[in-house]
Design a protein around this ligand. Structure first.
Ligand code: EPZ
Length: 426
Protein backbone atom coordinates (compact mmCIF):
# COMPACT_ATOMS: atom_id res chain seq x y z
CA UNK A 1 0.00 0.00 0.00
CA UNK A 2 1.50 3.29 -1.03
CA UNK A 3 0.44 6.84 -0.34
CA UNK A 4 1.97 8.94 -3.09
CA UNK A 5 3.39 12.42 -3.08
CA UNK A 6 6.33 12.38 -0.64
CA UNK A 7 9.75 13.45 -1.92
CA UNK A 8 12.29 10.82 -0.93
CA UNK A 9 15.20 12.27 0.99
CA UNK A 10 18.09 10.66 2.87
CA UNK A 11 20.74 7.98 2.56
CA UNK A 12 20.47 4.39 1.43
CA UNK A 13 22.90 1.47 1.44
CA UNK A 14 22.98 -0.76 -1.65
CA UNK A 15 23.23 -4.58 -1.32
CA UNK A 16 25.44 -7.01 -3.21
CA UNK A 17 24.49 -7.64 -6.84
CA UNK A 18 21.80 -10.32 -7.18
CA UNK A 19 22.82 -11.38 -10.67
CA UNK A 20 26.50 -11.68 -9.68
CA UNK A 21 25.52 -13.56 -6.52
CA UNK A 22 23.64 -16.19 -8.52
CA UNK A 23 26.69 -16.99 -10.67
CA UNK A 24 29.04 -16.90 -7.68
CA UNK A 25 26.88 -19.20 -5.54
CA UNK A 26 26.73 -21.77 -8.34
CA UNK A 27 30.48 -21.45 -9.00
CA UNK A 28 31.18 -22.16 -5.33
CA UNK A 29 30.05 -25.74 -6.07
CA UNK A 30 33.18 -26.19 -8.19
CA UNK A 31 35.57 -26.92 -5.31
CA UNK A 32 35.54 -29.36 -2.38
CA UNK A 33 37.08 -26.66 -0.17
CA UNK A 34 35.03 -24.17 1.83
CA UNK A 35 34.11 -20.92 0.12
CA UNK A 36 32.97 -17.83 2.02
CA UNK A 37 30.76 -15.40 0.12
CA UNK A 38 30.26 -11.94 1.60
CA UNK A 39 27.90 -9.10 0.68
CA UNK A 40 25.29 -11.64 -0.48
CA UNK A 41 21.86 -10.03 -0.93
CA UNK A 42 19.06 -11.66 1.10
CA UNK A 43 16.52 -11.96 -1.71
CA UNK A 44 14.34 -14.88 -2.76
CA UNK A 45 16.26 -15.67 -5.99
CA UNK A 46 19.52 -16.27 -4.08
CA UNK A 47 17.69 -18.13 -1.32
CA UNK A 48 16.02 -20.49 -3.82
CA UNK A 49 19.39 -21.20 -5.44
CA UNK A 50 20.92 -21.93 -2.03
CA UNK A 51 18.09 -24.42 -1.33
CA UNK A 52 18.75 -26.11 -4.66
CA UNK A 53 22.47 -26.37 -3.80
CA UNK A 54 21.57 -27.91 -0.44
CA UNK A 55 19.21 -30.34 -2.16
CA UNK A 56 22.18 -32.00 -3.92
CA UNK A 57 24.22 -32.24 -0.72
CA UNK A 58 26.17 -28.96 -0.50
CA UNK A 59 26.47 -27.63 3.05
CA UNK A 60 25.55 -23.97 3.32
CA UNK A 61 26.09 -22.25 6.63
CA UNK A 62 24.69 -18.73 6.95
CA UNK A 63 27.14 -16.84 9.15
CA UNK A 64 25.02 -13.71 9.11
CA UNK A 65 22.36 -12.21 6.87
CA UNK A 66 24.89 -11.36 4.14
CA UNK A 67 27.61 -13.99 4.58
CA UNK A 68 27.46 -17.70 3.74
CA UNK A 69 30.02 -20.48 4.00
CA UNK A 70 29.57 -23.13 1.35
CA UNK A 71 31.12 -26.57 1.23
CA UNK A 72 30.35 -28.69 -1.81
CA UNK A 73 32.65 -31.58 -0.82
CA UNK A 74 29.59 -33.55 0.22
CA UNK A 75 27.60 -33.31 -3.03
CA UNK A 76 25.77 -36.62 -3.47
CA UNK A 77 23.61 -36.00 -6.54
CA UNK A 78 24.01 -34.23 -9.86
CA UNK A 79 20.28 -34.10 -10.49
CA UNK A 80 18.63 -30.90 -9.31
CA UNK A 81 15.06 -31.96 -8.55
CA UNK A 82 13.98 -29.00 -6.52
CA UNK A 83 10.58 -27.91 -7.75
CA UNK A 84 11.03 -24.26 -7.18
CA UNK A 85 14.30 -24.14 -9.08
CA UNK A 86 12.00 -23.80 -12.08
CA UNK A 87 10.95 -20.42 -10.74
CA UNK A 88 14.38 -18.90 -11.17
CA UNK A 89 16.47 -18.28 -14.21
CA UNK A 90 19.80 -18.90 -12.57
CA UNK A 91 19.20 -22.62 -12.10
CA UNK A 92 21.08 -22.88 -15.40
CA UNK A 93 24.31 -21.84 -13.68
CA UNK A 94 24.31 -25.17 -11.83
CA UNK A 95 24.69 -26.83 -15.24
CA UNK A 96 27.92 -25.03 -16.10
CA UNK A 97 29.31 -25.41 -12.58
CA UNK A 98 28.52 -29.14 -12.21
CA UNK A 99 29.49 -29.94 -15.80
CA UNK A 100 32.87 -28.29 -15.17
CA UNK A 101 33.55 -30.20 -11.96
CA UNK A 102 31.76 -33.54 -12.42
CA UNK A 103 31.31 -33.62 -16.23
CA UNK A 104 27.66 -34.37 -15.63
CA UNK A 105 24.51 -32.54 -14.50
CA UNK A 106 20.75 -32.53 -14.96
CA UNK A 107 18.65 -29.50 -14.02
CA UNK A 108 15.00 -28.53 -14.52
CA UNK A 109 14.65 -26.09 -17.41
CA UNK A 110 15.04 -22.54 -16.16
CA UNK A 111 12.07 -20.29 -15.40
CA UNK A 112 12.41 -16.68 -14.26
CA UNK A 113 10.54 -13.52 -15.14
CA UNK A 114 8.26 -13.64 -18.16
CA UNK A 115 9.94 -10.94 -20.24
CA UNK A 116 10.39 -12.80 -23.52
CA UNK A 117 11.07 -16.24 -24.95
CA UNK A 118 14.50 -16.49 -23.27
CA UNK A 119 16.11 -19.35 -25.26
CA UNK A 120 19.21 -21.18 -23.96
CA UNK A 121 20.67 -22.20 -27.33
CA UNK A 122 23.90 -20.25 -26.72
CA UNK A 123 24.48 -22.04 -23.42
CA UNK A 124 24.05 -25.44 -25.09
CA UNK A 125 26.16 -24.38 -28.08
CA UNK A 126 28.98 -23.55 -25.66
CA UNK A 127 28.69 -26.79 -23.70
CA UNK A 128 28.68 -28.81 -26.94
CA UNK A 129 31.75 -26.96 -28.20
CA UNK A 130 33.55 -28.05 -25.02
CA UNK A 131 32.66 -31.68 -25.83
CA UNK A 132 29.47 -32.23 -23.84
CA UNK A 133 26.35 -34.06 -24.95
CA UNK A 134 23.24 -32.02 -24.25
CA UNK A 135 19.76 -33.54 -23.95
CA UNK A 136 16.57 -31.59 -23.36
CA UNK A 137 13.51 -33.67 -22.51
CA UNK A 138 10.61 -33.79 -20.04
CA UNK A 139 11.32 -30.28 -18.80
CA UNK A 140 14.93 -31.08 -17.92
CA UNK A 141 18.26 -30.29 -19.45
CA UNK A 142 21.02 -32.87 -19.01
CA UNK A 143 24.67 -32.44 -19.92
CA UNK A 144 27.48 -34.95 -19.73
CA UNK A 145 30.97 -35.41 -21.14
CA UNK A 146 33.82 -37.93 -20.97
CA UNK A 147 36.09 -34.93 -20.77
CA UNK A 148 35.82 -31.22 -21.54
CA UNK A 149 38.27 -29.72 -24.01
CA UNK A 150 38.82 -26.01 -24.59
CA UNK A 151 37.50 -24.53 -27.83
CA UNK A 152 36.79 -21.29 -29.68
CA UNK A 153 33.19 -20.21 -29.11
CA UNK A 154 31.56 -17.28 -30.90
CA UNK A 155 28.28 -16.24 -29.26
CA UNK A 156 25.61 -15.32 -31.83
CA UNK A 157 24.01 -12.90 -29.36
CA UNK A 158 25.52 -11.08 -26.42
CA UNK A 159 24.24 -13.08 -23.47
CA UNK A 160 25.12 -12.71 -19.81
CA UNK A 161 23.88 -16.18 -18.85
CA UNK A 162 25.70 -18.11 -21.58
CA UNK A 163 28.93 -16.14 -21.08
CA UNK A 164 28.99 -16.99 -17.35
CA UNK A 165 27.91 -20.61 -17.86
CA UNK A 166 30.55 -21.34 -20.51
CA UNK A 167 33.20 -19.54 -18.46
CA UNK A 168 32.45 -21.81 -15.48
CA UNK A 169 32.56 -25.07 -17.45
CA UNK A 170 35.69 -23.99 -19.37
CA UNK A 171 37.52 -23.08 -16.13
CA UNK A 172 37.95 -26.83 -15.50
CA UNK A 173 38.26 -27.98 -19.15
CA UNK A 174 41.51 -29.21 -20.67
CA UNK A 175 43.29 -26.50 -22.65
CA UNK A 176 42.28 -23.05 -23.83
CA UNK A 177 38.80 -21.65 -24.46
CA UNK A 178 38.03 -18.35 -26.13
CA UNK A 179 34.56 -16.80 -25.83
CA UNK A 180 34.04 -14.18 -28.52
CA UNK A 181 31.23 -11.61 -28.49
CA UNK A 182 31.07 -12.15 -24.73
CA UNK A 183 28.79 -10.12 -22.42
CA UNK A 184 30.66 -7.34 -20.57
CA UNK A 185 28.27 -6.72 -17.66
CA UNK A 186 29.86 -5.98 -14.25
CA UNK A 187 28.47 -9.26 -12.92
CA UNK A 188 30.27 -11.24 -15.65
CA UNK A 189 33.50 -9.64 -14.45
CA UNK A 190 32.61 -10.37 -10.82
CA UNK A 191 32.03 -14.08 -11.49
CA UNK A 192 35.35 -14.23 -13.42
CA UNK A 193 37.15 -12.53 -10.51
CA UNK A 194 35.55 -14.97 -8.10
CA UNK A 195 36.63 -17.98 -10.20
CA UNK A 196 40.15 -16.54 -10.46
CA UNK A 197 40.26 -16.17 -6.68
CA UNK A 198 39.54 -19.94 -6.59
CA UNK A 199 42.54 -20.59 -8.85
CA UNK A 200 40.96 -20.33 -12.32
CA UNK A 201 42.84 -18.64 -15.15
CA UNK A 202 40.37 -16.28 -16.87
CA UNK A 203 41.49 -13.16 -18.71
CA UNK A 204 39.58 -10.46 -20.57
CA UNK A 205 36.28 -10.50 -18.64
CA UNK A 206 34.69 -7.08 -19.21
CA UNK A 207 35.80 -7.08 -22.87
CA UNK A 208 34.33 -8.81 -25.96
CA UNK A 209 36.85 -11.66 -25.77
CA UNK A 210 37.33 -13.83 -22.70
CA UNK A 211 40.28 -16.24 -22.66
CA UNK A 212 40.23 -19.16 -20.27
CA UNK A 213 43.09 -21.58 -19.61
CA UNK A 214 41.61 -24.65 -17.99
CA UNK A 215 43.06 -25.68 -14.63
CA UNK A 216 42.88 -29.09 -12.93
CA UNK A 217 41.07 -28.00 -9.82
CA UNK A 218 39.79 -24.99 -7.94
CA UNK A 219 40.30 -24.17 -4.26
CA UNK A 220 38.48 -22.33 -1.47
CA UNK A 221 38.30 -18.56 -1.21
CA UNK A 222 36.67 -15.64 0.59
CA UNK A 223 35.03 -13.18 -1.75
CA UNK A 224 32.83 -10.08 -1.44
CA UNK A 225 30.19 -9.51 -4.15
CA UNK A 226 30.09 -6.16 -6.00
CA UNK A 227 27.25 -3.69 -5.30
CA UNK A 228 24.01 -4.15 -7.23
CA UNK A 229 23.97 -1.82 -10.23
CA UNK A 230 20.21 -2.24 -10.75
CA UNK A 231 19.18 -1.75 -7.13
CA UNK A 232 21.30 1.43 -7.13
CA UNK A 233 19.76 2.57 -10.43
CA UNK A 234 16.27 1.94 -9.06
CA UNK A 235 16.93 4.22 -6.06
CA UNK A 236 18.44 6.83 -8.41
CA UNK A 237 15.12 6.84 -10.27
CA UNK A 238 13.23 6.91 -6.93
CA UNK A 239 14.96 10.25 -6.27
CA UNK A 240 14.20 11.48 -9.79
CA UNK A 241 10.51 10.57 -9.93
CA UNK A 242 9.69 11.92 -6.43
CA UNK A 243 11.75 15.12 -6.84
CA UNK A 244 13.88 13.89 -4.00
CA UNK A 245 17.49 13.99 -2.85
CA UNK A 246 19.09 10.62 -2.12
CA UNK A 247 22.68 9.69 -1.26
CA UNK A 248 23.15 6.17 -2.59
CA UNK A 249 25.95 4.43 -0.70
CA UNK A 250 28.08 1.37 -1.45
CA UNK A 251 28.02 1.69 -5.25
CA UNK A 252 30.58 1.67 -8.07
CA UNK A 253 29.72 4.93 -9.90
CA UNK A 254 31.43 3.67 -13.09
CA UNK A 255 28.81 0.89 -13.37
CA UNK A 256 26.05 3.51 -13.23
CA UNK A 257 27.31 5.84 -15.97
CA UNK A 258 24.61 5.07 -18.55
CA UNK A 259 21.94 5.63 -15.88
CA UNK A 260 23.54 8.83 -14.53
CA UNK A 261 23.87 10.32 -17.99
CA UNK A 262 20.15 9.78 -18.75
CA UNK A 263 19.16 11.30 -15.40
CA UNK A 264 21.31 14.36 -16.17
CA UNK A 265 19.56 14.70 -19.56
CA UNK A 266 16.27 14.51 -17.67
CA UNK A 267 17.30 17.48 -15.51
CA UNK A 268 18.65 15.79 -12.35
CA UNK A 269 21.88 16.70 -10.64
CA UNK A 270 24.31 13.89 -9.91
CA UNK A 271 27.26 14.16 -7.55
CA UNK A 272 29.75 11.30 -7.73
CA UNK A 273 32.05 10.21 -4.91
CA UNK A 274 34.36 7.18 -4.61
CA UNK A 275 31.73 4.69 -3.55
CA UNK A 276 28.58 6.76 -3.33
CA UNK A 277 26.47 8.92 -5.52
CA UNK A 278 23.90 11.64 -4.81
CA UNK A 279 20.86 12.27 -7.01
CA UNK A 280 18.94 15.51 -6.64
CA UNK A 281 15.80 16.24 -8.64
CA UNK A 282 14.74 19.81 -8.00
CA UNK A 283 12.48 20.35 -11.02
CA UNK A 284 9.98 18.48 -13.18
CA UNK A 285 11.79 15.85 -15.26
CA UNK A 286 12.44 16.45 -18.97
CA UNK A 287 11.81 14.04 -21.82
CA UNK A 288 14.53 11.91 -23.37
CA UNK A 289 14.93 8.93 -25.70
CA UNK A 290 16.72 5.73 -24.78
CA UNK A 291 17.40 2.28 -26.18
CA UNK A 292 18.36 -0.65 -23.96
CA UNK A 293 21.64 -2.32 -24.89
CA UNK A 294 24.14 -4.76 -23.42
CA UNK A 295 26.64 -3.16 -20.99
CA UNK A 296 27.95 -0.42 -21.12
CA UNK A 297 24.65 0.60 -22.74
CA UNK A 298 21.48 1.43 -20.81
CA UNK A 299 20.40 -1.79 -19.00
CA UNK A 300 17.20 -3.59 -19.94
CA UNK A 301 16.74 -4.15 -16.18
CA UNK A 302 16.28 -0.35 -15.83
CA UNK A 303 13.83 0.02 -18.72
CA UNK A 304 10.56 -0.06 -16.70
CA UNK A 305 11.97 2.41 -14.13
CA UNK A 306 12.89 5.00 -16.78
CA UNK A 307 9.51 4.58 -18.50
CA UNK A 308 7.72 5.22 -15.17
CA UNK A 309 9.78 8.38 -14.64
CA UNK A 310 9.25 9.62 -18.22
CA UNK A 311 5.49 9.10 -17.81
CA UNK A 312 5.62 12.09 -15.45
CA UNK A 313 8.17 14.13 -17.46
CA UNK A 314 7.67 17.12 -19.72
CA UNK A 315 7.30 16.25 -23.43
CA UNK A 316 7.35 13.07 -25.51
CA UNK A 317 9.91 10.31 -24.96
CA UNK A 318 10.63 7.10 -26.84
CA UNK A 319 12.06 4.08 -25.02
CA UNK A 320 13.16 1.15 -27.17
CA UNK A 321 13.71 -2.34 -25.75
CA UNK A 322 16.30 -4.26 -27.74
CA UNK A 323 17.12 -7.19 -25.42
CA UNK A 324 13.80 -8.87 -24.51
CA UNK A 325 10.69 -8.88 -26.70
CA UNK A 326 8.07 -8.93 -23.95
CA UNK A 327 9.20 -6.34 -21.48
CA UNK A 328 6.37 -3.76 -21.73
CA UNK A 329 3.67 -5.80 -19.99
CA UNK A 330 3.58 -3.32 -17.10
CA UNK A 331 2.58 -0.42 -19.37
CA UNK A 332 -1.12 -1.30 -18.98
CA UNK A 333 -0.72 -0.85 -15.23
CA UNK A 334 0.87 2.59 -15.69
CA UNK A 335 -2.03 3.52 -17.97
CA UNK A 336 -4.42 2.68 -15.10
CA UNK A 337 -2.52 5.37 -13.17
CA UNK A 338 -3.17 7.94 -15.89
CA UNK A 339 0.03 7.53 -17.93
CA UNK A 340 -0.19 8.16 -21.67
CA UNK A 341 1.93 5.48 -23.29
CA UNK A 342 1.60 3.68 -26.63
CA UNK A 343 3.59 0.54 -27.29
CA UNK A 344 4.61 0.31 -30.95
CA UNK A 345 6.62 -2.84 -31.68
CA UNK A 346 9.59 -2.79 -29.36
CA UNK A 347 9.22 0.90 -28.46
CA UNK A 348 7.10 2.77 -25.94
CA UNK A 349 6.05 6.28 -26.92
CA UNK A 350 5.42 8.24 -23.74
CA UNK A 351 3.56 11.56 -23.50
CA UNK A 352 4.51 12.94 -20.08
CA UNK A 353 1.45 13.82 -17.99
CA UNK A 354 2.92 15.59 -14.99
CA UNK A 355 1.24 13.73 -12.17
CA UNK A 356 -0.03 10.14 -12.13
CA UNK A 357 -2.91 9.07 -9.91
CA UNK A 358 -2.97 6.17 -7.47
CA UNK A 359 -4.59 2.89 -8.58
CA UNK A 360 -4.84 -0.82 -7.78
CA UNK A 361 -2.19 -2.47 -9.87
CA UNK A 362 -0.27 -5.70 -10.24
CA UNK A 363 3.46 -6.37 -10.57
CA UNK A 364 4.02 -8.50 -13.69
CA UNK A 365 7.73 -9.15 -13.05
CA UNK A 366 10.66 -8.06 -10.88
CA UNK A 367 11.88 -4.79 -12.42
CA UNK A 368 8.42 -3.77 -13.65
CA UNK A 369 7.16 -4.31 -10.10
CA UNK A 370 9.82 -1.96 -8.75
CA UNK A 371 8.98 0.61 -11.44
CA UNK A 372 5.29 0.50 -10.50
CA UNK A 373 6.25 1.16 -6.87
CA UNK A 374 8.20 4.22 -8.03
CA UNK A 375 5.21 5.39 -10.09
CA UNK A 376 2.91 4.97 -7.08
CA UNK A 377 5.31 6.94 -4.87
CA UNK A 378 5.09 9.84 -7.30
CA UNK A 379 1.29 9.67 -7.72
CA UNK A 380 -1.53 11.57 -6.18
CA UNK A 381 -3.48 9.40 -3.74
CA UNK A 382 -3.23 5.77 -2.71
CA UNK A 383 -2.10 2.76 -4.70
CA UNK A 384 -2.08 -0.92 -3.93
CA UNK A 385 0.37 -3.18 -5.72
CA UNK A 386 -0.25 -6.91 -5.78
CA UNK A 387 2.15 -9.79 -6.43
CA UNK A 388 5.10 -8.16 -4.73
CA UNK A 389 6.73 -11.60 -4.53
CA UNK A 390 8.25 -10.65 -7.86
CA UNK A 391 9.90 -7.60 -6.31
CA UNK A 392 11.21 -9.73 -3.45
CA UNK A 393 13.10 -11.88 -5.93
CA UNK A 394 15.64 -9.14 -6.37
CA UNK A 395 15.28 -6.29 -3.86
CA UNK A 396 16.14 -6.76 -0.19
CA UNK A 397 13.80 -4.90 2.18
CA UNK A 398 12.59 -2.68 -0.66
CA UNK A 399 9.65 -1.19 1.24
CA UNK A 400 11.71 -0.64 4.41
CA UNK A 401 14.45 1.16 2.51
CA UNK A 402 11.87 3.39 0.81
CA UNK A 403 10.18 4.04 4.14
CA UNK A 404 13.51 5.13 5.64
CA UNK A 405 13.66 7.76 2.88
CA UNK A 406 10.22 9.11 3.83
CA UNK A 407 7.93 7.02 1.63
CA UNK A 408 4.43 6.25 2.86
CA UNK A 409 4.56 2.51 2.13
CA UNK A 410 3.44 -0.61 3.97
CA UNK A 411 3.59 -4.28 3.15
CA UNK A 412 0.25 -5.94 3.87
CA UNK A 413 -1.15 -9.44 3.51
CA UNK A 414 -4.63 -10.09 2.17
CA UNK A 415 -7.87 -8.10 1.75
CA UNK A 416 -8.47 -7.35 5.41
CA UNK A 417 -5.10 -5.79 6.03
CA UNK A 418 -5.40 -3.84 2.80
CA UNK A 419 -8.67 -2.32 4.00
CA UNK A 420 -7.18 -1.59 7.42
CA UNK A 421 -4.24 0.16 5.81
CA UNK A 422 -6.52 2.06 3.40
CA UNK A 423 -8.59 3.48 6.21
CA UNK A 424 -5.59 3.80 8.52
CA UNK A 425 -7.26 1.61 11.17
CA UNK A 426 -4.77 0.68 13.88
C1 EPZ B 1 20.40 -11.97 -17.26
O1 EPZ B 1 19.41 -12.79 -17.85
C2 EPZ B 1 19.78 -11.45 -16.01
N1 EPZ B 1 19.41 -12.58 -15.16
C3 EPZ B 1 18.56 -10.60 -16.33
O2 EPZ B 1 18.12 -10.02 -15.15
C4 EPZ B 1 18.97 -9.48 -17.30
O3 EPZ B 1 17.81 -8.83 -17.74
C5 EPZ B 1 19.71 -10.05 -18.50
O4 EPZ B 1 20.80 -10.89 -18.07
C6 EPZ B 1 20.27 -8.98 -19.43
O5 EPZ B 1 21.17 -8.17 -18.74
C7 EPZ B 1 20.31 -13.18 -14.42
O6 EPZ B 1 21.48 -12.81 -14.36
C8 EPZ B 1 19.85 -14.33 -13.59
P1 EPZ B 1 20.84 -12.88 -21.45
P2 EPZ B 1 19.78 -13.80 -18.99
O7 EPZ B 1 21.26 -14.28 -21.63
O8 EPZ B 1 21.14 -14.37 -18.66
C9 EPZ B 1 19.07 -13.88 -25.81
C10 EPZ B 1 16.54 -9.24 -13.62
O9 EPZ B 1 15.52 -8.50 -13.66
N2 EPZ B 1 19.60 -15.24 -25.62
O10 EPZ B 1 21.88 -11.84 -21.29
O11 EPZ B 1 18.65 -14.75 -19.16
C11 EPZ B 1 17.92 -13.55 -24.86
O12 EPZ B 1 16.70 -14.03 -25.37
C12 EPZ B 1 16.76 -10.25 -14.71
O13 EPZ B 1 17.38 -9.23 -12.69
C13 EPZ B 1 19.55 -16.14 -26.66
O14 EPZ B 1 19.06 -15.84 -27.76
O15 EPZ B 1 19.85 -12.82 -20.21
C14 EPZ B 1 18.01 -12.05 -24.80
O16 EPZ B 1 17.39 -11.50 -25.95
C15 EPZ B 1 15.68 -10.31 -15.68
N3 EPZ B 1 20.07 -17.40 -26.48
C16 EPZ B 1 19.51 -11.78 -24.89
O17 EPZ B 1 20.08 -12.96 -25.45
C17 EPZ B 1 20.62 -17.78 -25.29
O18 EPZ B 1 21.09 -18.92 -25.19
C18 EPZ B 1 20.19 -11.48 -23.57
O19 EPZ B 1 19.87 -12.48 -22.62
C19 EPZ B 1 20.67 -16.86 -24.23
C20 EPZ B 1 20.13 -15.59 -24.41
Amino acid sequence: MIGGGNSLVGEIEICGAKNAALGILAASLMTDDTVTVENLPDVSDTNVLIQAMESIGAIVDRKDRHTVRINAGSINSLVVESNYIKKIRASYYMLGALLGKYKNASVALPGGCNIGSRPIDQHTKGFKALGANVKISHGRISVEAQKLTGNHIYLDVVTVGATINIMMAAALAEGKTTIENAAKEPHVVDVANFLNSMGANIKGAGTDIIRIKGVEKLHGTTYSIIPDQIEAGTFMFAAAITRGDIMIKNVIPKHLESISSKLIEMGCEIEEFDDQLRVVAAKRLKQTHVKTLPYPGFPTDMQPQIVAALATAEGTSVVTESIFENRFRYVDELIKMGAQIRVEGNSAVIEGVGRLTGASIQAPDLRAGAALVLAALASEGESSIEDIVYIERGYEDFHLKLKSLGADIDKVNGEREILRSKFKVV
